[in-house]
Design a binder for this molecule. Structure first.
Ligand SMILES: Cc1cc2nc3c(=O)[nH]c(=O)nc-3n(C[C@H](O)[C@H](O)[C@H](O)COP(=O)(O)OP(=O)(O)OC[C@H]3O[C@@H](n4cnc5c(N)ncnc54)[C@H](O)[C@@H]3O)c2cc1C
Ligand code: SF4
Length: 822
């Protein structure tokens, strides 16, 4: 009979310990139950900084999705807190009223953000004042992003100038928020570096536009019901709409204290990770104090998890954790930082080698004692970090010319450094990938850097180790490393870049997705992931000559509606420029009534969304509406948002509504590599938010129109670049079409204009599109015209489904909670 293993805490340490236990055959020994008070699977907390800055979506940071628990027969209680342990009867009591027995218990409750005492931090009701955030969990991060994106929020104060505070400041800035960092230490990141390094870092951070106040403390959060600023001990108040507290962490030990376990700074464990004086209770991660040390980075907890798993499973009962020497290697606010051991000399006999180049943000400091390296700080250039980490860990002989420690001068170079790295040396701290794991992957036949990263997860955390990963792969492949060829492919299944693929399609006269696969894919093999990209490309190139194959489409494109979480669809009729009529409104209301539409919602693109339509009812809903599709689905031109414009608005100088309607009529439904959202505003007040659209048009004085391209206001925020200022609406339509056609031809699959425009450069776009420097204008205009001419309203398929099953439901519908009617 299997013993019962209970794990409290489903964070990075808890889940990693279970992975290590499973790897040692633990599923045969134990039935495993996990409790985590966050309502999710296990995610990479390190990546929250990237989620905050919008570089990563929160869906992409999960290390173990819920399916992993099911596949490994783990009974996960996500969103359930354990309140008490009865160590005598061996039970845990959780917030859902459950009492769970254990034979072996692991506590991995991590830490929480420390909220330093300050006036006004809480509301009279005791909750944290709206606008104040901690930075610890996915929910904290989502809430911050949401708050930062509300347009009246412009300024934030981050309390704490350590790693987390700087990451928070950097992330908020990418949402267009002005940020001040208030730090009580004399210099930034004082736990990791000395004052000179801190000064160089400060310069790099300030160059990003972040204001830094060191040796300063916040004494109060201002504002009655919500944040309006902070007071500082010895400086003027700073006005702000949000406060992020990143002033250190405190181990979560309440549960352990309440249950009578030994707690000092954290839960006290021995070298086996066993809680002091407890036979069957282990603890791991940030909630642990081992030999007086408490760690706040992931590398030590990977080492702890291995030892713990060896003991719990009996795989190696001699295994011992003797503490970690923490070498921090991170990318903080875009700056590479590596730090280990001492920040500066402590004894008169210590040698201190310093190189500082503040204008480039580079700083290097190394401390040598008795011919051994005892500390190093690297800022802005961490190329020597592998060698230095080894020199620090293993006391390697140092070059006589000490400068060789910092730069490659023929003395221990990078190659020597990699060769000297221990097999077990951790290359990627975030995902705990050792040199050996990478080398084994390469020796197993994978000799591209991207392939080795995919296979091991190395480099997929904070990204600061990518250079080292590359060096290890190159070293292991002994010069035979191959560039990942697929990196340049337009779609993964066809080994051609976009121009090559388009040329082959043209020269071989290919007209359907299946024809492209059989002519150009290796072995003619079809690849599901490539189908949508190919379908879009062919439609763009061939207009009405394209042979449409339904299976090449995503469900949204197959039924011309947007699939929702419960398997129903949303229907959005066209409402050009956001303008409607009594007749249209009445018809929409009638249809909603007839079909019992559970929710009617106005969209951000100024249209009406009918949500909750079952697939089989789509044709009837379209017929009853008798309006064209509004394209709220698919990778295509979607909508033109307009403001009121000059007929009604006191400020309007241009007829934005009329122009918006004309643009929408002309380009409706055209396919593109990613969705296209447009807007036209009648004056620079920009009520239609034209500056953050793929193409945005603004009327300015003198009857002129500015055209902006490459703007975005979603997960990524970017102000568009000015493409041209023209005198006439016809010219706006011409240049808009020409830009869109160029984008359709040149952009990578799924590359939004906010990535495309900076990639190719606005000067280049101006030259090609406005000045016709490459003589392409006529062809681009003609290609766009052909697409416009071939337009057919997809909803006309209602009378004549292309396949018998097109509108037959095949999904089990999930019952969603009722949307509250407010
Ligand atoms: C924004 C951010 C950036 C970071 N960047 C880096 C970095 O670049 N490099 C680095 O090395 N480290 C970094 N860290 C630190 C790293 O994330 C932590 O060291 C690591 O997550 C600690 O793992 P843990 O499992 O001990 O704790 P956690 O990951 O915090 O997991 C503990 C879990 O237990 C849950 N829990 C607590 N009490 C209970 C209870 N009673 N019942 C049930 N569940 C409970 C908690 O809700 C939590 O989900 C970063 C941390 C943050 C927040
Ligand atoms: S953008 Fe100008 S014209 Fe349009 S509604 Fe706003 S103020 Fe009026």
């Amino acid at each position: 009979m299997r013993r019962r293993l209970v794990v409290i805490g489903n964070g990075m340490a808890g889940a990693r310990a279970v992975e290590e236990i499973l790897a040692r055959g633990g599923s045969e020994q134990f039935s495993i139950t996990m409790f985590g008070d966050e309502p999710y699977g296990n995610y990479n907390r390190i990546m929250l900084s990237h989620v905050l800055s919008g570089e990563e979506s929160d869906a992409d940071i999960f290390l173990n999705a819920l399916s992993w628990y099911r596949e490994n027969d783990i009974d996960l209680h996500a969103g359930v807190r354990v309140d008490r342990i009865d160590k005598f009867t061996k039970h845990v009591f959780s917030s859902d009223g459950r009492v769970t027995p254990y034979d072996v218990l692991i506590i991995a409750t991590g830490s929480r953000s420390h909220m330093p005492p300050m006036d006004g931090l809480h509301t009279p009701g005791g909750s944290v004042k709206p606008g104040v955030f901690a930075f610890r969990t996915i929910d904290d991060t989502r809430n911050m992003v949401h708050h930062a994106q509300q347009d009246h929020h412009r300024r934030a104060v981050v309390i704490g100038g350590g790693l987390l505070g700087l990451e928070a400041a950097y992330g908020l800035q990418s949402h267009g928020i002005e940020v001040d960092v208030v730090h009580s230490g004399g210099h930034l990141m004082n736990a990791q570096m000395g004052p000179d390094g801190g000064a160089v870092l400060r310069r790099s951070v300030e160059a990003l536009g972040i204001r830094v106040h060191t040796s300063s403390r916040t004494t109060a959060v201002l504002g009655r019901d919500r944040v309006s600023g902070v007071s500082l001990r010895d400086r003027e108040d700073i006005a702000c709409d949000m406060v992020v507290v990143a002033a250190g962490i405190r181990p979560n030990v309440d549960l352990a204290v309440l249950s009578g376990l030994p707690v000092e700074r954290a839960i006290v464990v021995d070298d086996r990770l066993r809680v002091q004086d407890e036979e069957d209770i282990y603890a791991v991660g940030e909630c642990v104090q081992h030999r007086g040390e408490v760690y706040g980075l992931v590398a030590p907890l990977w080492e702890q998890a291995v030892v713990l798993a060896n003991h719990v499973t009996g795989a190696d009962t001699s295994s011992a954790y003797l503490g970690s020497r923490t070498a921090t290697k991170l990318k903080v606010a875009g700056v590479e930082v590596a730090s280990m051991g001492l920040h500066g000399p402590e004894l008169e006999t210590d040698e201190h080698i310093v190189f500082s180049e503040p204008s480039r943000g580079v700083f290097k400091s190394i401390v040598v004692r008795d011919n051994k390296m005892v500390g190093a700080t690297l800022l802005g250039d961490s190329r020597k970090v592998a060698y230095l980490t080894q020199a620090y860990d293993r006391g390697l002989p140092l070059p006589e010319e000490r400068i060789g420690l910092m730069f490659d001068l023929g003395t221990p170079g990078e190659d020597v450094g990699i060769a000297e790295l221990d097999d077990g040396a951790q290359v990627c701290n975030c995902n705990g990938v050792s040199k050996k794991a990478l080398v084994d992957t390469v020796r197993g036949g994978c000799n591209t850097v991207a392939g080795a990263m995919d296979a091991t997860r190395a480099g997929k955390g904070c990204g600061s180790c990518k250079l080292l990963v590359r060096q290890v792969v190159e070293w292991a492949a002994d010069g035979a490393v191959e560039e990942d060829p697929a990196a340049g492919y337009y779609v993964p299944g066809i080994p051609l870049d976009k121009p090559g693929l388009m040329a082959a399609i043209r020269s071989q006269g290919l007209r359907s997705v299946s024809a492209v696969f059989s002519a150009l894919a290796p072995g003619g093999a079809e690849d599901a992931k490539s189908k949508m990209g190919l379908a879009s490309l062919l439609k763009m190139m061939l207009a009405d000559q394209y042979i449409d194959e339904r299976d090449a489409r995503f469900i949204n494109d197959r039924v011309h509606a947007n699939i929702q979480r419960d398997g129903t669809f949303s229907v959005v009729p066209q409402m050009k420029g956001g303008v409607t009529s009594v007749e249209q409104l009445r018809r929409i209301a009638d249809v909603a009534e007839k079909h019992n539409v559970p929710m009617i919602k106005l969209t951000g693109g100024q249209r009406i969304d009918l949500l909750g339509i079952p697939k089989e009812e789509l044709p009837q809903v379209w017929a009853d509406l008798d309006m064209p599709s509004g394209y709220a689905y698919g990778k295509s031109f979607r909508t033109v948002k307009t403001c009121v414009g000059k007929d009604f608005c006191r400020y309007g100088t241009g007829d934005s509504t009329k122009l918006g309607i004309e643009i929408e009529s002309r380009f409706q439904g055209i396919e593109s590599p990613a969705k296209l959202k447009l807007a036209v505003s009648g004056c620079p007040r920009n009520c239609a938010e034209s500056l953050v659209k793929d193409v945005g048009v603004v009327a300015v004085e003198g009857g002129r129109w500015e055209i902006y391209v490459g703007g975005a206001a979603g997960a990524h925020i970017r102000k568009g670049d000015l493409l041209a200022t023209v005198g006439d609406p016809e010219e706006v339509k011409l240049l808009t079409g020409r830009f869109m056609q160029y984008y359709r031809e040149q952009a990578n699959w799924l590359e939004r204009t906010y990535a495309f425009v900076p990639r190719v450069g606005i000067e280049h776009l101006r030259a090609v599109i406005v000045e016709d420097s490459e003589g392409l204008a006529q062809r681009l205009d003609a290609a766009m015209q052909a697409t416009v001419d071939s337009y057919v309203d997809p909803w006309s398929e209602r009378d004549d489904p292309l396949t018998p099953g097109q509108f037959r439901t095949s999904l089990p519908l999930t019952v969603l909670p009722q949307v509250p009617v407010r």
